[in-house]
Ligand binder design. Structure first.
Ligand code: C5P
Length: 218
């Protein structure tokens, strides 16, 4: 069928979320922030005291997740958890639960259901390799670890959280190493992905590059 999909994969704090949301806005497409599903699963596990290494238990939670998406806000069990999902500890826990194949399977259908007309922009780690292998444009977005740690730091400070750049850099490098080395859907560029290093680009420049690639493919 012909519902267009653009995938944006890449490491932590590379700016995938912002880029995906700006590209979706420019094209009038739907948006899937797949990381938020792993984060919601992690938060549910935290709340119900299911240990991250209990694959079966976490997969059961993921299957039964009661999520509502509404205008860039997310509700879990009827409660707005948008801010809570962005917490650093939730992100780290998400990277642990996301390593389980059964957890990934449990979230697959939900991710596919975001593909609706007029089109979808999906960001994550395996959007182009596993979930939407047919996507017409696959971007692998990177930035240096220093740049990413700085951006994450700014983000946290602006939200009133305190944070230390070298701790953040360590956390994100640990998370990326785990995401790259796991056997279930490891983070890697799809064979037909185009790479974009945005360390020295503004958000607007990155958006324009992706839109230009998209135009070439029409
Ligand atoms: O992108 P974000 O930081 O929100 O993702 C949180 C964690 O969820 C990542 O570190 C990664 O382990 C996991 N994830 C994944 N596959 C995706 C999206 C996120 O494994 N498609």
């Amino acid at each position: 069928d012909d519902i267009p999909v653009i995938t944006i994969d890449g490491p932590t704090a590379s700016g995938k979320g912002t880029l995906a949301s700006e590209v979706a806005k420019a094209l009038g497409y739907h948006l899937l922030d797949s990381g938020s599903l792993y984060r919601a699963t992690a938060l549910a596990a935290l709340r119900q005291s299911v240990p991250a290494d209990d694959e079966e238990g976490v997969a059961r939670l993921a299957t039964a997740l009661s999520l509502r998406f509404d205008d860039h806000r997310i509700e879990l069990d009827g409660q707005d958890v948008t801010e809570e999902l962005r917490r650093e500890d939730v992100g780290l826990l998400a990277s642990r639960v996301s390593a389980h194949a059964r957890v990934r399977d449990a979230l697959r259908e939900l991710q596919l259901s975001f593909r609706r007309l007029p089109g979808l922009v999906a960001d994550g780690r395996d959007m182009g390799t596993v979930i939407f292998p047919q996507a017409a444009l696959k971007v692998f977005l990177t930035a240096s670890a220093a740049t990413r740690a700085e951006r994450r730091h700014k983000q946290l400070i602006s939200k009133g959280f305190s944070a230390n750049i070298s701790d953040l850099r360590q956390d994100l490098e640990a998370r990326d190493a785990r995401d790259r080395s796991r056997s279930a859907a490891p983070m890697k560029p799809a064979e037909d992905a185009v790479s974009l290093d945005n360390s020295a680009l503004s958000i607007e420049e990155s958006v324009q590059q992706v839109l230009a690639w998209w135009k070439q493919r029409q």
